[in-house]
Design a protein around this ligand. Structure first.
Ligand code: TMP
Length: 241
């Protein structure tokens, strides 16, 4: 079987250095003579992406479930493009993916001091819409192409804030970021446990301490990506499959 390109996702809190590091990584891959296709979610250029953009800039209000489904639909819009890049042997480098979708949606319902095991797995309905939990949040993204490697750039919300403060967008607030970080940690544990049991559906999850000096972070990221430059033999997995 011919080797296909590797699918690499970079995740992290707002101001984790994700976009800068993704850009440096793209350059290094090209300098190594390899083809790379860059994708970023949300992709605000599509019709669905435009609705997401209005919501993030607080120009529209939508139910949390609806927003979650829009973010997921935005990924499905590009799923076949991602697959075709991978089949052509290109490394796909993706700035945020379904893990962000879950982390930000589930974080909305957490109290400020989250007790994850009780909160995010509970199913409650008191005559209202059920709050978004992990099981519900995963469903619309299941069967999307799954990354071979996810690099989670971990930084505390406090350090993130010192990097020029948060912007004006809806989720760029310290308490929200700290809840998002807790859900990312839970997702990372889950993905790593699956990989440990030999289920490769969600790929490998690597936590990178992104609170360090930029160059150090870049080198660590490169150490994980370099072995994937010549592609991978296995077929593309499917998320949560
Ligand atoms: P960006 O700053 O990387 O463009 O992302 C915009 C915001 O959207 C960011 O706060 C994370 C959030 N987000 C979600 O809530 N769900 C998703 O599925 C994705 C990809 C991002």
């Amino acid at each position: 079987m011919a080797r296909r390109g590797a699918f690499v996702v970079v995740e992290g809190l707002d101001r984790s250095g994700k976009t800068t590091q993704t850009d440096i990584l793209r350059q290094r891959i090209q300098e190594a003579g390899k083809e790379v296709a860059c994708v970023k979610f949300p992709d605000r250029s599509t019709p669905i992406g435009k609705m997401i953009d209005l919501y993030l800039r607080s120009q529209s209000d939508l139910d949390d479930h609806v927003v979650h489904l829009l973010f997921s639909a935005n990924r499905w819009e590009l799923a076949s493009t991602i697959l075709s890049h991978l089949e052509q042997g290109k490394l796909v480098l993706c700035d945020r993916y379904a893990f962000s979708g879950i982390a930000f949606s589930v974080a909305k319902i957490l109290p400020s001091q989250p007790s994850l095991s009780t909160t995010i797995h509970s199913e409650q309905s008191f005559g209202k819409l059920s709050p978004i939990n992990l099981t519900w949040a995963r469903a619309p993204d299941s069967a999307l192409p799954s990354p071979d490697l996810t690099l989670f750039l971990d930084v505390s919300p406090e350090v993130a804030y010192t990097r020029g403060g948060y912007g004006e967008e809806r989720y760029e607030k310290a308490d929200m970021q700290s809840r998002v970080r807790s859900v990312f940690e839970e997702i990372g544990r889950e993905v790593s446990a699956d990989a440990g049991e030999g289920k490769h559906g969600n790929g490998k999850w690597i936590v990178i301490d992104a609170g360090r000096e930029m160059h150090t972070v870049t080198e660590e990221i490169w150490r994980h990506v370099q072995p994937l430059l010549d592609g991978v033999e296995s077929s593309v997995g499917r998320l949560w499959a």
